[in-house]
Ligand binder design. Structure first.
Ligand code: SAH
Length: 579
């Protein structure tokens, strides 16, 4: 479940090595310096290395940089003073001949160095003494295990390096691969247990995440103190908080904020048990856990119950998650114009829905992600389908181009929710992530035609009567608003644009500036400035954004240069309007 690495390259020379590394990590991406590598050859482009590496580091993304170690160190150094979680950072020779783990000893950098070195068929430059001596780092246990105390861990490993032996108590198969100085009679012990560490300095306690904590319907477990109650209950039973694998609650409680807060505070996933909504958490555990486990018997009907499994529990195998529906906007097309929150929602999605064109634009997707782009059902049906998936626990991303709330899916999704009046749908974690709408993207290309009051109008009469469109056009034209036309024309709506222009021409001068943006942010993009008199509907198609200027909108070439800019000043002055 860890974040896939970003493989960063500065030139085409590193591309081959980068691709070999990418194939080791599903979901990883190659990030290339713009201008040095073709956009099409990489997954992500960036313009400035330092800023890009810092952003990746700060977001906890593992970094595999195919450049000199010194460059990477200089870029990231200022962030190091700031102790926090440290993602793995590696420098790799562009030709794949050297693999140098730099940072992230406790987040698996040496494991990554070994994996990458194996793929490149070289020896990694591992410098961590514990790793070298024992072949793996006991301080960096695999997923499902966690150290009781990192400081105690460091002390313990230096004792071993100084020649002490250890016995191993408890079950952790991965420890068998570590060449520890083992001795069954040793004074020191590595203990693998969900029970809390006593603080004894002659032992290294590793907790398997094998404890499932469950709550039922009881009133006592309904307030914002829940996470403290859980910690107290765990403590009373001698259990370590780090051994908790997940919080399980009845499906009837999906969407209660107190539950998510408790899970977040405990840093464990929240899962729900479907079916028999039991008021009794013991029964909830018994009915839901599929792996061998033991329920701690408290005799009475305690509101919080614990089960201990024989091995770390993968939360994904217990009950289901609260479903999530992210309605996102991709922006006009160019990946750099998609907001990071939309990208994050796409990365987390188990299911992606939308018009096929947009779904293609949002990809590529991982093999574990389900894409529902091919079905050509209408929008309300697609919105309902999204809720059905999300209310069953899936993480759904519904994609629109531009902004999802501008003539797109967000309103359809909310309409579906409004109509359904379904508690299961209401419990879905719904978010709308904004995007750069076509009018804004086109305006930015042209300059600032929307610099003063403007309106956005869809000329499509599929979902509203043409008479309403005419009325709005008249009012907007009369009000001297800049107008952005979406859906200006299509094969099924051939005459509407001419009719619309006729109305606008009744109110606006022939020399009014018009901007046409076609496929903005996409291949073959075209931007054109013209005037209302010259504008012909044949210049426009369904992939065009039409911006009709106000009486104030101007086009000019600074000091007679070739580049033309269009803008609408922020102030207003007009004899006709008595302002
Ligand atoms: N939600 C979208 C709009 C969907 S309506 C958004 O916020 O941008 C579809 C219309 O938007 C198209 O008919 C066209 O007029 C406009 N449009 C969408 N993407 C565009 C692009 N990349 N370039 C120009 N116009 C675009």
């Amino acid at each position: 479940m860890t974040t896939p690495p970003a493989i960063v390259i500065l030139g085409v020379g590193a591309l081959a090595t980068a691709r070999r590394i990418r194939s080791v990590y599903p979901g990883s991406s190659v990030h290339g310096l713009q201008g040095r590598v073709a956009d099409a050859d990489v997954d992500v482009t960036f313009t400035e290395l330092t800023a890009h590496l810092r952003e990746l580091y700060a977001s906890g993304t593992p970094i595999v940089a195919l450049c000199a170690a010194g460059i990477v160190i200089r870029c990231i150094a200022p962030l190091l003073a700031n102790k926090g979680s440290e993602p793995p950072v590696l420098a790799i020779a562009e030709d794949g001949s050297a693999v140098v783990p730099l940072l992230g000893g406790l987040s698996g950098v040496n494991t990554m160095a070994r994996e990458i070195a194996t793929a490149l068929d070289v020896k990694p430059a591992i410098t961590t003494s514990g790793e070298l001596r024992f072949g793996a780092c006991v301080l960096n246990p695999p997923d499902g295990y966690t150290l009781a105390s990192i400081d105690q861990g460091k002390r313990f490993v230096s004792d071993l390096l100084a020649g002490q032996a250890t016995r191993v108590e408890g079950d952790a198969p991965w420890l068998d691969d570590v060449q520890l100085p083992r001795d069954d009679d040793a004074l020191r012990a590595i203990r693998v247990t969900p029970l809390a560490w006593s603080g004894a300095t002659d032992e290294l306690v590793i907790h398997p995440r094998s404890v499932v904590v469950a709550i039922g319907e009881a009133r006592e477990v309904r307030d914002e103190r829940l996470h403290e109650q859980i910690l107290e209950a765990a403590c009373e039973r001698g259990l370590a908080a780090q051994a908790l694998a997940l919080l399980l609650a009845p499906a009837s409680r999906v969407g209660e904020p107190a539950l998510q807060q408790a899970a977040d505070a405990l840093q464990i996933p929240l899962r729900f048990a479907d079916g028999d909504a039991s008021s009794d958490p013991d029964r909830l555990l018994g009915n839901t856990l599929r792996m061998p486990h033991k329920i701690l018997d408290d005799g009475d009907r305690a509101p919080i119950a614990f089960a201990i499994a024989h091995a770390p529990v993968d939360p994904a195998t217990v009950g289901r998650a609260r479903g999530k529906l992210s309605v996102i906007g991709l922006g006009p097309g160019d990946a750099s114009l998609m907001v990071p929150a939309a990208r994050a929602a796409l990365a987390q999605a188990t299911d992606i829905l939308g018009y096929e064109t947009y779904v293609k634009m949002a990809g590529p997707f991982r093999a574990d992600q389900r894409v529902h782009g091919t079905d050509n059902r209408e929008e309300m049906q697609r919105a309902r389908h999204a809720f059905e998936l999300a209310s069953a626990g899936r993480r759904v991303a519904m994609v629109s181009s531009g902004d999802p709330g501008v003539f797109a899916m967000a309103a359809a999704v909310l309409e579906a929710l409004d109509e359904a009046y379904d508690p299961a749908w209401a419990a879905v974690d719904l978010e709308i992530v904004p995007g750069v709408s076509a009018a804004l993207a086109t305006a930015a290309q042209a300059g600032a035609p929307l610099g003063h009051d403007f309106c956005m109008l869809s000329l499509s009469d599929n979902l509203k009567p043409w008479s309403v469109i005419e009325m709005r056009l008249r009012h907007a034209a009369e009000a001297d608003l800049v107008m952005a036309f979406y859906n200006p024309i299509s094969r099924a709506r051939p005459w509407q644009l001419d009719k619309a222009l006729e109305i606008v021409r009744d109110f606006r001068e022939p020399q009014t500036i018009v901007v046409l943006g076609r496929d903005i942010g996409r291949p073959g993009t075209a931007l054109k400035t013209t005037t209302l008199a010259e504008l012909k509907s044949t210049d426009v198609d369904m992939r065009t954004m039409v911006i009709i200027g106000s009486s104030m909108t101007r086009a000019f070439r600074p000091a007679d240069t070739a580049r033309e800019w269009v803008y609408t000043p922020r102030w207003y002055k007009s004899a006709d309007f008595n302002v």
